[in-house]
Design a protein around this ligand. Structure first.
Ligand SMILES: Nc1ncnc2c1ncn2[C@@H]1O[C@H](COP(=O)(O)OP(=O)(O)O)[C@@H](O)[C@H]1O
Ligand SMILES: [Mg+2]
Length: 230
């Protein structure tokens, strides 16, 4: 894994404020548009990653897919992507900034969501995934860290970095996702092509199994494991 780059002061017209999160290939920063003054989130590929042996085959194509969604999805529970840049040695995605962090802190200990809030989150996720599916996009990596929190129980699904485009390149068969949140079909590489994968509440309920019960859905300690396992 390449060393993380130090936080840049600015990228293009965007003034970097602070890091919001780190992910597979880069860092997400809170930044300000120097012209409009608007706060945005900027997902930036760490420069060292361009030399990663799997960058060309895996990470770059997936980044291109996420970047290609700029301006395409307009839904209250999906993080809007405004713009993207990808060259031979730099890349970033400009997104709507969602100020409340992600749902990961609410999956253990005393911060578990009340059941009614968890159900509301599932409901909103299902609507968002259905909308994305109708636009030909299967997210493939629904989990608490990829569900951003606005105000209260207002949530927005982010990180389409593992997405599958139903009408895209037919050779896109890379197995991506987070194992403990993947459906059996996805692990067997059947999920993304099948209508049920996005229409059913499975991926969201796995995340909610964590937010309401505090354990991974496939864990033997989890009281909801029986109902989510197939
Ligand atoms: N639009 C956003 N607004 C606020 N925070 C964000 C936003 N996008 C990502 N983050 C934060 O950065 C983390 C990593 O972003 P993510 O898109 O999931 O990257 P990766 O593809 O590397 O997993 C998220 O879990 C979240 O905490
Ligand atoms: Mg992520």
């Amino acid at each position: 894994m390449p060393a993380r780059a130090p936080c840049p002061a600015r990228i293009g017209k965007y003034e970097i404020q602070r890091a919001l999160g780190k992910g597979a290939v880069g860092t997400v920063y809170l930044a300000r548009d120097g012209f409009s003054g608007q706060d945005i989130a900027l997902k930036v590929i760490d420069p060292g990653f361009f030399k990663h042996p799997e960058f060309r085959e895996i990470y770059r194509p997936q980044f291109e897919i996420e970047a290609s969604l700029a301006g395409k999805l307009d839904h209250p529970h999906i993080v809007s992507i405004y713009d993207a840049v990808l060259t031979d040695d730099a890349g970033h995605i400009v997104m709507e900034y969602v100020p409340g962090g992600n749902l990961a802190p609410y999956v253990s200990g005393r911060k578990l969501l009340p059941v009614d809030s968890a159900v509301e989150v599932v409901f909103k996720c299902c609507g968002a995934l259905d909308y994305a599916f109708r636009h030909g996009i299967v997210h493939r990596d629904i989990k608490p860290a990829n569900i951003m929190v606005g105000e209260g129980t207002d949530i927005k699904i982010g990180d389409f970095g593992a997405a599958y485009l139903r009408h895209g390149d037919a050779s896109q068969t890379i197995r991506l996702g987070t194992p403990s949140y993947m459906s059996p079909e996805q692990i067997e590489e059947r999920s993304a092509r099948h209508r049920r994968s996005a229409m059913r509440p499975g991926p969201s309920s796995r995340s909610i199994s964590r937010t309401s019960a505090g354990c991974a859905p496939r864990s033997s300690r989890c009281p909801t494991a029986k109902s989510t396992r197939r």
